[in-house]
Design a protein around this ligand. Sequence first.
Ligand code: AMO
Length: 436
Amino acid sequence: MKLINEYKNTQTVEVEQLPKYIGETVTIHGSIYKIRKMKGFSFVLLRTKRNVLQCIAEEQLELPVEESCVRIRAKVVEEERCRAGYELHIQQIEVLSVPAEASPIVINQKLVDTSIENILDYRPVILRNEKQRAIFKLQEGICQAFRTFLMKEQFTEIHTPKLVQAGAEGGANIFQLNYFGQEAYLAQSPQFYKQMMVGVFERVFEIAPVFRAEKHDTSRHLNEYTSVDFEMGYIRSFEEIMQMETAMLKFTMEYLQEQYQKELDLLGISLPVIESIPAVRFKEAKEMISKAYKRPILDWEDFEPEEEKLLYELISKETGSEFVFVTHYPSVKRPFYAMECKENSEETESFDLLFRGLEITTGGQRIHGYYEQIEKMKQRNMNVELFESYLMMHKAGMPPHGGLGLGLERFTCKLLGYENVRYTTLFPRDINRLVP
Ligand code: AMO
């Protein structure tokens, strides 16, 4: 019988350790990102997990083609002109594999100079480009920061089903499917389950895919996106949810600055500074925009996308903040679980967070009383029986609670200065795209 011991890499050196090996010979693996032939030698860029290393190969050394996977023996040599402070002088190359075909698109230049369609069609290779992959390393950093922050605040991480019996958010944008002969749906959000889990853990969060059958082809809508959800009990008002989000975003900026400087530099990103975030009531925001830009208010229930941009312009000019909370959305535009304001039932104890002119979060306080929730559902002509399992928690007793959902791709998109959310989605699903 064979015994499997724990994994230990004793064969190759990790990039982070290389400065310790200056003057010595090491073994390291990676793929050949780029070969630049010079007189008598070649510059070979080796792509490793997170870095691209400069190597030197003498003329007599036979080099495999770009994108070959190799293991090399090389001497680590101090070199001030290199960003890393050293370079690798290759002594031996072991070729592990060579590509069957050259990449259809040039991926080893600073920028991938092609259309968004090509970028998405050739995603598996395009993502090998240093800058393209930095987007998703930063996205990892964002999730890592959210998770670290929420765990510090004693939230419990949960995993809820994506195959569900009823839609949580209402509306027509829900994917229906046949579940062994029974009607089922793909979850639009973990809303019901995260609320249920507040009755168990008081504070919970989830980072997971959700599905929206959006039929429109816009720069901000995906059919599958990653929703960052949290939900917390024993709140005094929905303002506490906004405070928690402010703290989470502030923590995230600091975390990225500390842990992901490499990728931030590569993409030339300077992060927004967050101290506090201004909040305006929905109605006031509408009036502010109308007055400042002399626009008639056509829709009193929602923002037009253009209005979100104009509000950003106004707020950032006035306060310097690139974020703005919009509060007290009209009840008619909010789902049945949203808590209405005590003083005016036409408004809700809810908010959106806009970042650089785009909605990135929706949140608010929920109805926690059983009879209040039933009453609201009846007002909306909903079939209460269908929601029996959801209402079980209300019946059993729930603390006042609320939470939010943040679209990871939208947040990354705005943070990194892109105009289309597809750039910051690893393998986007939109109305025209199911592969790769
Ligand atoms: P909502 O439906 O507003 O709220 O969604 C929350 C956030 O998810 C993102 N988002 C999307 N991102 C990409 N493509 C889409 N089609 C898309 N739709 C939404 C946005 C949005 O702000 N249950 C509530 C949240 C809560 O109250 O806790 C919900 O899902 O960034």
